[in-house]
Design a protein around this ligand. Structure first.
Ligand SMILES: *Cc1c(COP(=O)(O)O)cnc(C)c1O
Length: 392
């Protein structure tokens, strides 16, 4: 079966992805199984998506119940799970209002549109420029790739959209030199995910907030990867004592269901009036019902606390590895968003890990990234660390 599926895929699926030669059929908790009956411990979690692990019984049940009741009616009408999920997000964040969509790129697209609209409403028509960071990742739509600070993402799709500027991450002087009265927003990941698990200095985001306040620009946090408990707090901004005006979420919000959300404070959200922005599927009942159960489980099972503790343990174990192997240059990250920079390419190590039953991920050629379900335990972490120790 594996061979037929892969052969067929090579003929009928667009060639946009490089895939590992496995066909995954089933998951439970932190374990995945393939067509050959082989099992894998998952340190990728669908790219920081399945924070509660695979096939969580409560999420599956909420999904099934909603599927039997109502899948979709459009945003011409009110639906219960959408409102309840928005209320939870508002209660648990800095924000006052939520716009739902279906992916991270769409959430950032909404944030960019809202920031521009906010200043148009105030009559500041020429204030439309957005500053984002070198090595950032914000998505693959035209606006979000224009806001992304990596040339490889833009290559072949030029001309990119007008109005995007870049400065180096964690360099407050660079931002101070660039930001001015034409800047409508600074768009930033509190911790850069795809860019290599890069953490800012403790005071950096506070200074970014200050510069935004001084110049009147909005601050947008892209928490698509860092949000929903990944860093050991519900949102990464909580670590830094800074609140944005707008925040985007996606990935783990649905634990695998496609959902995105853009959250904003009242004064800014006001600029999105009736008819100004929309999404057919945004906040559809079946997805928001599952997502609502995800956040309830997160609360009731104290998953975020666990993530903080187990993440610290994991990092300690990676630092132990670093003390044993000169090929490890750096270990970094917060909670269960961890990166380990190597002197050599990471891909061969990822391949051997897969053969040995561990899924890990490599970014920026030489950085191994560990983003398991937040429910991961010490036993799984120790097994992976032993495996890496042996390979290195
Ligand atoms: C994954 C990601 C995105 C894009 O999300 P999609 O759902 O793939 O569109 C945007 N920003 C960050 C920080 C991400 O990690």
């Amino acid at each position: 079966m594996k061979k037929e599926i892969i052969d067929q895929a090579e003929h009928v699926i667009a060639k946009t992805y490089t895939r590992f030669p496995v066909v995954i059929t089933k998951g439970k908790g932190c374990t995945l199984w393939d067509t050959e009956g082989r099992s894998y411990t998952d340190f990728v979690a669908g790219i920081a998506v399945c924070n509660l692990g695979h096939a969580h019984p409560r999420v599956s049940k909420a999904l099934a119940t909603q599927a039997e009741t109502l899948l979709h009616v459009s945003n011409l009408y009110y639906t219960v799970p959408q409102v309840e999920l928005a209320a939870w997000l508002v209660k648990n964040s800095f924000a006052d209002r939520v716009f739902f969509c279906n992916s991270g790129a769409e959430a950032n697209e909404a944030a960019i549109k809202l920031a521009r609209k906010y200043f148009k409403e105030k009559g500041e028509n020429r204030r439309f420029r957005i500053i984002s960071m070198e090595r950032s990742f914000h998505g693959r739509t035209m606006a979000t790739l224009s806001a992304t600070g990596q040339d490889k993402i833009k290559k072949g799709f030029e001309p990119v959209l007008e109005g995007f500027d870049f400065v180096s991450f964690n360099d407050i002087d660079a931002l101070q030199n660039k930001i001015d009265a034409k800047t409508c927003a600074v768009l930033i990941e509190p911790i850069q995910g795809e860019g290599g698990v890069r953490c800012p200095d403790p005071e950096y985001l506070k200074r970014v907030r200050q510069l935004c306040d001084e110049t009147g620009a909005l601050l947008i946090f892209d928490e698509i990867q860092t949000g929903i408990g990944r860093t050991g707090r519900l949102f990464a901004y909580e670590h830094f004592g800074v609140e944005p005006d707008i925040m985007t979420l996606a990935k783990a919000l649905g634990n695998g269901l496609p959902i995105g959300a853009m959250l904003a404070v009242e004064d800014v959200a006001e600029a999105f009036g009736a008819g100004s922005h929309a999404s057919t599927f945004g906040g559809t009942p079946v997805v928001t019902a599952a997502s609502l159960e995800v956040v309830k489980v997160l609360d009731e099972e104290k998953i975020v606390d666990h993530c903080g503790k187990i993440g610290a343990y994991f990092k300690e174990r990676l630092l132990w590895l670093k003390s044993r192997h000169e090929s490890i240059v750096d270990v970094r990250g917060l909670g269960l968003l961890l990166g380990m920079k190597l002197k050599m390419e990471g891909a061969p190590i990822v391949n051997v890990c897969l053969e040995k039953g561990f899924m890990i991920n490599c970014i920026q050629e030489n950085i191994l990234r560990f983003i398991p379900p937040l429910t991961i335990g010490k036993k799984e972490i120790d097994s992976l660390v032993d495996c890496l120790d042996e390979i290195l």
